[in-house]
Design a protein around this ligand. Structure first.
Ligand code: GN1
Ligand code: MG
Length: 367
């Protein structure tokens, strides 16, 4: 069946019976497939929906995932009744998904908004920091045991290293011989990169409900005034560490270039963006943080960057099974870009730590 037909059937399944006009593929997201599906309403006005094909290779329990999202959005909606919230459409059987063969479909309203893959406007960065900080605080009283781990060990860096080393050993796609330098670098920083995982397992860092995939393009901004309207992509909301959200956001937003840039000499951490994000994030969270969380926040950026490098490289070695790729070396380029970023972050760690301390102090002074 062609994709037009399939998207039309899925839309009808979610009880959208307007006149079908067509679809556009949304390029965002490296795991799920997302389409904007366009209709004409009886009054002649256009209306669009986002239809997603959830990647069930990555998410083995998509039903549990949808239950997580329901619970989390319900919790936030109860706190902020007027605020824009993620809303999934239901089938006639009151389900928020349609399973057809291996495909797992869901549908949300399309929200006209602006998103950013790279951003230099510090006001936007600060707003993103606030949005992710507030998201975590909104869920601070959510019962962790209610959540399914949608990808077990998602930010367990030790486990990520084990998977990576297994990929090196198996060398399924016969590519290991090309990447010895990258393998050596990742092994040389293994213990430092596993700091958060180790501290958490020793009970020294508290588990919270975290977003776990805090790319700045997961915040929708208002086209009018660039305020953050809503945090999206709740697939990986799970128990996690504060540093997972902070570190992943910095890894993505504070890089001078996009995460798959092949001009490695341009890669690096933009400390102005780092400071702006930290200001926003910590203005919401500093009051609740433990001293260990504060002390490891800057390091968490290095940790998340290295962890993702192990994931990209493992996938490259496996033959690109997990991440969507646009060309054969895509995962290798992503790996090299993350390694270049990790090296630069390591160099700037003392400055990043100082900025975190300054922002915590400023945030505490305000309250
Ligand atoms: C994936 O699909 P997307 O873009 O939301 C991945 C993240 C990575 C990111 C790297 C479930 O996120 O962990 O950081 O790619 N999500 C999953 O771009 O694996
Ligand atoms: Mg995601």
């Amino acid at each position: 069946m062609d994709l037009h037909q399939r998207l039309l059937e899925v839309s009808r399944g979610f009880r959208i019976d307007y006149e079908y006009l067509g679809y556009e593929t949304i390029q965002m997201g490296n795991v799920n497939r997302t389409y904007k599906v366009n209709f004409r309403m009886p009054d002649g006005m256009p209306k669009s929906f986002l239809v997603q094909n959830v990647n069930t290779y990555a998410f083995r329990n998509p039903v549990g995932l949808m239950e997580n999202i329901d619970k989390v959005t319900e919790h936030i909606r109860a706190k902020k009744p007027g605020q824009l919230a993620l809303h999934f459409h239901h089938t006639a059987q009151r389900k928020t998904y349609i399973v057809d063969g291996k495909n797992f479909w869901r549908m949300t309203n399309y929200v006209p908004s602006v998103t950013y893959n790279t951003v230099t406007d510090l006001k936007v960065v600060r707003n993103a920091g606030k949005a992710f900080g507030e998201f975590q605080m909104d869920l601070a009283d959510f019962d962790i045991s209610e959540l399914t781990e949608t990808i077990p060990g998602f930010h367990n860096t030790r486990q990520r290293y084990e998977n990576f080393l297994q990929a090196v050993r198996e060398d399924k796609a016969g590519r290991a011989c090309q990447v010895q330098e990258e393998i050596d670098y990742l092994l040389s920083v293994q213990d430092l990169a596993c700091t958060l995982t180790d501290l958490q397992q020793q009970g020294k860092l508290p588990l919270r409900v975290t977003h776990n995939d805090t790319k700045i393009n997961n915040v929708l901004f208002s086209p009018e005034d660039n305020s953050a309207m809503i945090v999206i992509d709740l697939d990986t909301v799970m128990p996690g560490l504060m540093g997972h959200d902070f570190g992943d956001a910095i890894r993505f937003a504070a890089n001078f270039v996009e995460e798959d840039c092949s001009e490695y000499e341009k890669v690096g951490v933009n400390l102005e963006v780092f400071r702006a994000f930290a200001e926003g994030f910590l203005s919401k969270t500093a009051q609740t943080m433990t001293s260990q969380e504060i002390d490891t926040l800057a390091l968490s950026c290095f940790v998340l960057t290295v962890e993702l490098a192990t994931r990209f490289l493992a996938d490259y070695l496996d033959g690109d099974l997990y991440f969507k790729t646009n060309y054969p070396e895509h995962n290798l380029v992503r790996t090299r870009c993350q390694i270049a970023l990790a090296k630069d972050m390591y160099k700037h760690l003392p400055e990043m730590e100082q900025i975190v301390r300054d922002c915590v102090e400023a945030a505490k002074a305000v309250k």
